[in-house]
Write a protein that binds this ligand. Structure first.
Ligand code: C2E
Ligand code: MG
Ligand code: MG
Length: 415
């Protein structure tokens, strides 16, 4: 089946429209992913050919397929059901494929006065989803970035990633009640690379789902190690937008909990507001299902989002985590500062909505005391503990036990 050039496709489509009133139109857009072995013209050509082959092979039998641009295709067909299914695989988490595909929602051509109008509608929708992905990932990569991507693929294969855990404390008793898993990359030449330097690249390269599911599995394994030592705490894992935008995400997490035997209530997923709101119907559905199953869902970096306060009550969350930009500067001397009022208001609102509150970025005693006085439930920060290995976490939790014994006998203050 040929891929028709734009003009030819428009002509044939118009004549089809005269005979047929229930045609659907859909746009398919593609992002090419750089090859691990370099990004030569031949590889690019082969990738495009193989994408076009898949498009022709999986389109509905009656489809009229047009090629608008090198990476943009348009389909008309009567087969609404076929077009409504994900008939082109997006391959956004499979690095052996060198493309990521975007499909617009199919629209009925008869609801538009003009073919061009329907096309415009689909182009806008696709551009929106490509743009969302380019903020989070998905835009085409520069040469420098493609080097990083090759590095990431090697790192995954060579198991260069590992997790550190930063304890979270009950702000009233100062006991460890949770730990946040934080991804680290031990690069063979660069040494330890922090997640801020590579998470975005991993999202962009379509590798974050692989990395995220590894981090989740590893965290649940660590939960068992701690549990075997009598340390029963909640484990928090950071989740990126492409993970929660996967329609199977909730099933994957619930299956993993089942398989590992970790109670749902011992797992906490940390997401930013952007991650929750992009592709909202899919991600909110996933989060609702997980919350219903007992998994804790926390809004990370709270206060930095764009519409935080107004729709806080609509989000399927069990808690909020104040961004450290609000927390770290707090101190005794700022009683009437705007900063303190903002934090107090955010905590107050969260409490009214029955959300558990955590403050991250506690770096000194003064900040801790302010946060404590504002009634925050949990605290996390360098003042208490930096992210650490599992062994160190176990050691720390055991030391805590003896401190508590001292505290109980009145010899030690917790704050
Ligand atoms: P985040 O989830 O907001 O994590 C908290 C970050 O603040 C961590 O940085 C932590 O080390 C740091 N931090 C904690 N307490 C303090 C403090 O008192 N002072 C200061 N200055 N910093 C503190 P890290 O480990 O570099 O992580 C940065 C971000 O990378 C995380 O922000 C999270 O968004 C992302 N990230 C980390 N691991 C993962 C992961 O497994 N998956 C995904 N998707 N993202 C991850
Ligand atoms: Mg976090
Ligand atoms: Mg945060």
């Amino acid at each position: 089946r040929p891929l028709l050039a734009r003009q030819n496709w428009m002509l044939q489509c118009r004549s089809l429209l005269e005979r047929n009133s229930d045609l659907m139109l859909q746009l398919v857009s593609c992002r090419w992913r750089p090859a691990a072995s370099g990004d030569s013209a031949e590889i690019r050509f082969d990738t495009q050919q193989s994408f076009e082959h898949q498009l022709r092979a999986s389109a509905p039998a009656d489809a009229l397929i047009g090629k608008l641009l090198d990476d943009q295709f348009v389909i008309v067909s009567q087969n609404k059901k076929h077009l409504s299914e994900k008939w082109v695989r997006s391959h956004d988490d499979d690095t052996s494929f060198l493309w990521t595909a975007f499909l617009s929602t199919p629209v009925p051509l008869h609801s538009y006065d003009e073919l061009g109008e329907a096309l415009q509608h689909c182009v806008r929708e696709i551009e929106r989803s490509r743009m969302m992905c380019s903020r989070i990932g998905g835009r085409s990569l520069t040469a420098d970035e493609s080097v990083v991507v090759k590095d990431l693929i090697r790192a995954l294969r060579n198991k260069e990633f590992y997790l550190e855990f930063q304890p979270q404390f009950d702000s009233h008793t100062a006991t460890i009640v949770g730990a946040e898993a934080l991804l680290r990359w031990l690069h063979p030449e660069l040494g330890m690379v922090p997640p801020t330097a590579f998470i975005r690249d991993a999202e962009m390269a379509g590798l974050i789902r692989t990395l995220g599911s590894w981090a989740l599995r590893e965290t649940l394994r660590v939960w068992h190690i701690l549990n075997d030592r009598g340390i029963n705490i909640r484990m928090a894992v950071n989740v990126s937008f492409p993970e929660v935008a996967d329609p199977d995400y909730a099933d994957k997490v619930l299956d993993l909990l089942d398989e590992t035997g970790v109670p749902a209530a011992s797992l906490e997923l940390e997401l930013t507001e952007t991650a929750m709101m992009l592709d909202a119907s899919v991600s909110l559905n996933n989060l609702n299902r997980l919350k219903l199953a007992g998994v804790r869902i926390v809004l990370d970096d709270f206060g930095t989002g764009f519409s935080s306060l107004s729709h806080l009550s609509d989000l399927p969350i069990t808690g909020i985590k104040l961004d450290r930009a609000f927390v770290t500067p707090l101190n005794h001397d700022d009683e009437n500062s705007a900063q303190r009022h903002i934090v107090a208001t955010m905590l107050d609102l969260s409490k009214r909505l029955k959300l558990e509150t955590t403050a991250e970025g506690i770096e000194d005693q003064s900040c801790l005391e302010v946060i404590h006085s504002l009634g925050c439930d949990r605290v996390q920060g360098y003042f208490y503990a930096q992210p650490m290995s599992v062994d160190k976490l176990i050691e720390r939790a055991c030391v805590q036990e003896s401190v508590l014994v001292d505290y109980a006998s009145g010899q030690q203050s917790l704050f």
